[in-house]
Design a protein around this ligand. Structure first.
Ligand code: SF4
Length: 438
């Protein structure tokens, strides 16, 4: 570590959007406390690896990231934090080059923890505080963590153990945080949480707590969009869907985890809904918002999943026409109830089912993207860069499609674009005259 100047910090984040939100807020916290300013070069003093352990692959990726970071930055302090650091703390601590292992709850006071450590380190000077907004200065879309923890205990999931019970954050604090992010340039706020639909439940509320929070966030000047990371189907009540449908700044995008189309599998997963309710909730949403995009997560090859169960999953996927499927092959996570279940599905069968489901998802997505062609789309510009032929902007629609088009000096604005073609990563289009003329 250098002996003078502010220590610099880089982040490597794995896993969910919640982890991303927490990395943003740790970076902001560390910058504000002068414990670590954002690293701009290849030689950070501190690297925080925010880990995940939701699947075996995620655990493996987190382990590899820690090893890679430790090798790439031998002089840096490597901090392992997050779910993998909680679930397998001893293993993480034994990885060569990992200096500090912290849990999820430590994320809220990482500046304090690392600050305390620094006081014992020789030759390190306290840097002047960095403006809080610096980390978010270029973020048009900002994550806002409104809740953490879960009390559902799905049998495949380690999260209730790694993140603890449901905890919602105070609405006043969230509004302040959102305001800071909007002042720093954010136009879209993405509300994240482990169990977003239960925001406020631990404080004696119900779904209306979430609606009240949305209302307050939408009152902030400059908020163009509110996006929800994910909700369980049972939280799509008439009131919730009615509010989303009535407010144009609520994104027409609902990510509602399905996991399986078979009630028998859902029961073994200990999921808190059954298929008829799930389908009814999403169909109600589609009636009120015919243009809503539906995305979901599905696990294939859960213990005991038969070909018939798998067909039921495909039926639900066809019926609801998801714009995006996230397909996961089941792998037993140690310390979960499902890890002890019999009737393991053969790996080749899992692979084959996953391939078939991904193909079905791609086919539906492609038709869904096709339906955008020739339409006017409102795009929030999140990137603008010079290429050989000129300047290219890209950004997202409220139904979560990335659109690329020629344009300049539009960063951070919502502009009308006509979709003209499909790309592997979204759509291409051209700016409509009204925006081009400014
Ligand atoms: S709802 Fe189930 S899958 Fe989601 S975090 Fe809670 S326990 Fe895990």
């Amino acid at each position: 570590m250098p002996s003078t100047g502010a220590p610099t910090v880089a982040f490597t984040t794995l896993g969910c959007r919640l982890n991303q939100a927490e990395s943003d807020s740790m970076a902001e916290q560390m910058a504000a406390a002068g414990v670590g300013s954002p690293a701009t070069g290849d030689d950070p003093d501190i690297v925080v690896v925010n880990t995940c352990t939701v699947t075996r692959e995620a655990t493996k990726a987190s382990r590899s990231a820690l090893r890679r970071v430790a090798r790439a930055h031998p002089g840096a302090k490597v901090v392992a934090i997050g779910c993998y650091a909680v679930s397998d703390a001893d293993e993480v601590a034994s990885i060569e080059g990992v200096d500090v292992v912290l849990g999820n709850d430590d994320k809220e006071r990482i500046a304090e923890i690392l600050g305390e450590e620094r006081q014992t380190a020789p030759l390190l000077q306290i840097a002047p505080p960095v403006r809080r907004s610096s980390v978010q200065a270029v973020r048009v879309r900002a994550n806002l963590k409104v809740q953490t923890g879960c009390d559902e205990w799905c049998t495949f999931c380690i999260i209730p153990k790694t993140r603890g019970p449901l905890r919602s954050f105070n609405a006043d604090g969230l509004v302040d945080e959102a305001r800071r992010r909007v002042e720093a340039g954010a136009r879209e706020l993405v509300l994240t949480g482990v169990h977003l639909g239960k925001y406020g439940y631990d404080l004696g509320g119900d779904e209306r707590s979430l609606i009240r929070l949305w209302r307050r966030l939408l009152e902030i000047d400059g908020v163009e969009r509110l996006r929800l990371s994910s909700l369980l189907s049972r939280h799509l009540t008439a009131e919730v869907v009615g509010f989303i449908a009535s407010e144009p700044r609520m994104c027409r995008y609902l990510h509602v985890p399905l996991q399986s189309g078979s009630d028998a599998v859902l029961a073994r997963m200990h999921r808190p809904y059954r298929i008829a309710d799930y389908v009814a909730a999403l169909e109600r949403a589609k009636i009120l918002m015919p243009d809503v995009a539906l995305a979901t997560d599905i696990i294939v090859g859960f213990p005991g999943e038969t070909e018939e169960d798998f067909s039921a999953t495909k039926d639900v996927v066809r019926r609801l026409g998801f714009s995006k499927l996230h397909v996961f092959r089941y792998s037993a996570r140690p310390d979960t109830a499902a890890a002890d279940m019999d009737d393991e599905v053969h790996p080749e069968v899992k692979k084959e089912r996953s391939r078939r489901l991904i193909a079905l998802g791609n086919q539906i997505r492609s038709a869904w993207l096709d339906a955008h062609l020739g339409r006017r789309l409102d795009v929030l510009v999140e990137d603008e860069r010079e290429v050989d032929e000129g300047w290219v902007c890209s950004g997202q629609t409220d139904d979560h499609v990335r659109v690329f088009f020629e344009g300049r000096n539009l960063y951070g604005s919502v502009v009308p674009v006509e979709a003209t073609g499909i790309r592997a990563d979204g759509l291409k289009g051209h700016l409509l005259a009204e925006a081009a003329l400014g």
